[in-house]
Ligand binder design. Structure first.
Ligand code: PLP
Length: 353
């Protein structure tokens, strides 16, 4: 067992299943869930599907969901694999393409799961610091790596890199480029996604999640888009029945009601503007976010105390006790009322806490 695995197992030993925070009375702005419910069409499809047919295994290749997604994105089902959340797809892609000693490059700070997955495979982590404006570090281009990760919009910054930069990157790296688009539906403007690049580059994988814009974090649904050979390889690595029957039903119904998702995204974009304005007014620097969260910073100040005080006041935000991030909080964009409540509490907490 590797040193990393021993540490992970030891950490898990203290974990009691079922001991999840109950959310009771908390405003939960810490894990970038959607504050609005899933489409009523999803809920009624789930109710209809919760019947005797649950004794049967689900579709092994998630064909119904993949065909619908293929039609939506102008691709073939063979270009798509469905996962138990995009986290599973990240895990599959790393298990497929990263072995011991293989180099993985990614701009940081970013989604911390990449670190974990590389460590499990005993790959070589090669993080590159983002410049202060969160544009792509120049050293990322032409990188000699088995895999390059790009989270776009990035977490925790919320910043978006234009597709033309991703195109330049895909053409310049030696290995696979994985673009994690968990938050892309919250980005403003047309043509922000890297999915159209799949026809042009055989080394690009784009990941999507149903957890954020489609309000389905609890169902665990994700999709990966790539050239057919890459998808065929990933299919070999996935579990036989990685999506359950209900998740498949929910995913299909969600794609059938994009209007619901888009309406909620528009509400979140409005609240995002309000939240950013409010935070700036009370002295935070705020990264220009194209996601459903914002990164708020007070340069050089440790915001651990502020995070604790908000928790005491029943508001959960995300604090990263990591070098370079201690002066920042990542705040999920909640409902208009939640945003208002957060700003009100923040205004009343003395600075320097
Ligand atoms: C950047 C990023 N990618 C992927 C995921 C995982 O999403 P899913 O719920 O689809 O596994 C998250 C979840 O927070 C995320 O922040």
């Amino acid at each position: 067992m590797s040193r990393y695995l021993r540490k992970t197992v030891a950490a898990l030993a203290g974990y009691v299943p079922g001991e999840q925070p109950k959310n009771g009375g908390f405003i939960k702005l810490n894990t970038n869930e959607n504050p609005y419910p899933p489409s009523p069409r999803v809920l009624s499809a789930l109710r209809r599907a919760a019947d005797r047919s649950l004794r049967l295994y689900p579709e092994p290749l998630s064909d119904s969901l993949r065909s619908l997604a293929a039609a939506d994105f102008g691709l073939k089902p063979e270009n798509i694999i469905a996962g138990n959340g995009s986290d599973e797809l990240l895990s599959i892609v790393v298990r497929c393409f990263v072995g011991p000693g293989d180099r993985v490059v990614y701009p940081v700070p970013t989604y911390t799961l990449y670190d974990t997955l590389i460590a499990i495979q005993e790959g070589e982590k090669a993080p590159l610091d983002y410049p202060p404006d969160f544009s792509l570090p120049e050293a990322l281009y032409g990188g000699q790596a088995a895999l390059t990760f790009l989270c776009n919009p990035n977490s925790p910054s919320g910043t978006l890199v234009p597709v033309r930069e991703i195109e330049r990157l895909a053409g310049s790296v030696t290995g696979l480029l994985v673009v994690d688009e968990a938050y892309i539906d919250f980005a403003e403007g047309a043509e922000v996604s890297a999915i159209p690049l799949i026809g042009k580059f055989s080394n690009i994988v784009v990941l999507r999640s149903f957890s954020k814009s489609f309000s389905l974090a609890g169902m665990r649904i994700g999709l990966a888009f790539a050239a057919e050979e890459i998808i065929a390889g990933m299919m070999k690595v996935k579990d036989s029945y990685n999506l359950n029957r209900l998740s498949l039903v929910a995913g299909v119904a969600a794609l059938g009601d994009r209007a619901w998702m888009e309406r909620n995204v528009a509400r979140i974009q409005r609240s995002r503007r309000k939240l950013a304005r409010g935070l700036k007014k009370i002295g935070f620097q705020v990264c220009p976010s194209q996601a459903n969260f914002v990164m708020a910073r007070r340069e050089g100040e440790n915001l651990g105390g502020l995070y604790e005080e908000l928790k005491r006041r029943k508001i959960l935000v995300r604090y990263f006790d990591l070098p370079g991030l201690k002066d920042s909080l990542r705040i999920t964009v909640g409902t208009a009322q939640e945003v208002e409540a957060l700003l009100k509490e923040l205004e009343s907490i003395p600075k320097g806490l």
